[in-house]
Design a protein around this ligand. Structure first.
Ligand code: GLU
Length: 444
């Protein structure tokens, strides 16, 4: 017995390096950026300005609950494939967890936790009575049939039913999902409940209790925050140029609304390619083309450009409207715009923020810039619970009011705390959450 211990310890010694000091890891590999790590850095920066108790900061940082499910789905060829699905509730302090469900091959728990946390601060910034949540499934919706997507969605909804509900956690569309996926979730929950439960999800088709204006709401909110920023920094939108990365719902709607105000979109990109036209790309014509072809590639009203270079073109307004971590410490110095409007969630890392600030670029943070979507989701939830529906004018008027109020609050917060709009928005959101937590107390 003792012998074998000595033998094995000798073996370990033999395996140990003779000169352990030489065992310094070479900096040859770059670790992927943790998106939730980025959120924690943002919270820390804001919390520092607020002089909050450490244990309270820890409490508001961490997600309340993360649910992971293996979802078996029958594929069209008769085989079963297992998909991994997540639902994270970051906070329910101010109301039900609220946030979209993402279908994308690169979904990770780290990403969903980050997106859920951003929802908490986003809902607080626009002052709607929701907490933050997010869901995701690792899958490629472009490579699945409608039947496979429906079965995946129903299985996700059934397996997550114990955490979802109009009073507890309300999903909505995000990257890779839309009204049809919401309709299947609503139906699955309704079938289990035994009655129609429209308030269980938002972003539904109109005939199922969706809200007028919801489809356009995120893009409309992006336009409103750019308009307000331009007015503050003295940029004339009728003379401005812009670039948008991503021509999905958010990118295309914000581009269309800004084009109506005179903005010229000289660069537009998506994963498959990019377009350039110094005179401005016709957004309406491009939207019609994309509707038919499902891609911007091959559009005749522009020349081809390099999608990897879109962020670094000389334009007044840059709208990243795709995924996270696009502008990082390695490329931020190449960004040349005046206003960077985050249509996507998390496109700029905290390290890149520092560089953009030095370059005097005004960054409209995601938790303000793209909050129009969840704001109209709130209106949809209210209408579902009332059983009474508003006109599109009414929805847009209320959205305008909420977004301008949130914009003014964030602008004031960043001025009061002498910080960026991002940290100003975090300060505002954290203050609103902490106020509620302090009054409710922590149940332990
Ligand atoms: N997925 C959208 C977002 O990131 C909308 C969320 C919602 O409407 O609940 O804000």
């Amino acid at each position: 017995m003792a012998k074998s211990v000595i033998a094995s310890s000798n073996k370990i010694r033999r395996l140990a390096p003779r000169h352990p000091r030489r065992l310094v890891l070479k900096k040859t590999t770059t670790l992927p950026i943790s998106i939730f790590g980025n959120v924690l850095k943002q919270i820390d920066q804001a919390a520092k300005l607020l002089d909050l108790d450490k244990s309270l900061i820890n409490f508001i940082k961490m997600p309340r609950r993360s649910t992971i499910c293996n979802l078996p789905v029958r594929m069209d060829d008769g085989t079963y494939k297992i998909f991994v699905g997540y639902r994270v509730q970051h906070s329910i302090a101010r109301g039900p967890a609220k946030g979209g469900i993402r279908y994308h091959p690169d979904v990770t728990l780290d990403e969903v936790q980050a997106l859920a946390a951003w929802m908490t601060w986003k809902c607080a910034v626009v002052n709607i009575p929701f907490g933050g949540g997010k869901g995701g499934v690792i899958c490629d919706p472009n490579k699945m049939s409608v039947g496979e997507l429906e079965r995946l969605t129903r299985r996700y909804a059934a397996d997550m039913m114990h955490v979802l509900g109009p009073e507890s956690d309300v999903p909505a569309p995000d990257v890779g999902t839309g009204p049809q996926v919401m309709a299947w979730i609503m139906d699955t929950i309704s079938m289990h409940e035994g009655h129609a439960e429209p308030a269980a999800v938002t972003g539904k088709p109109l005939v199922l209790g969706g809200s007028k204006g919801r489809l356009e709401a995120t893009g409309r909110g992006v336009m409103i925050t750019i308009r307000e920023t331009a007015a503050r920094i003295g940029l004339d939108l009728s003379q401005a140029t812009a670039a948008v990365q991503g021509f999905g719902n958010v990118g295309s709607v914000s581009a269309r609304l800004l084009e109506e105000m005179g903005v010229k979109f000289t660069y537009i990109s998506e994963v498959n390619g990019a377009l350039h036209n110094p005179k401005g790309i016709d957004i309406k014509a491009l939207s019609d083309y994309v509707k038919a072809k499902k891609t911007i590639v091959g559009f005749k009203g522009a020349v081809k450009a390099n999608p990897k270079e879109i962020m670094f073109q000389k334009v007044d307004i840059l709208i990243p409207a795709a995924l996270e971590n696009q502008i990082t410490k390695t490329n931020a110095s190449r960004v040349k715009c005046k206003i960077l409007a985050e249509g996507a969630n998390g496109p700029v890392t905290p390290e890149a923020d520092v560089i953009l600030k030095k370059k005097k670029i005004t960054v409209i943070p995601d938790i303000l810039c793209n909050a129009g979507g969840v704001t109209v989701s709130y209106f949809e939830w209210v209408q579902n619970r009332l059983g009474y529906f508003w006109t599109e004018e009414e929805v847009n008027r209320r959205l305008e009011e909420k977004m301008v109020m949130a914009f003014d609050d964030v602008w004031k917060s960043s001025a009061d705390y002498k910080t960026t709009l991002r940290i100003g928005a975090f300060v505002l959101g954290i203050r609103r959450v902490v106020e509620v937590v302090a009054l409710r107390g922590i149940h332990s």
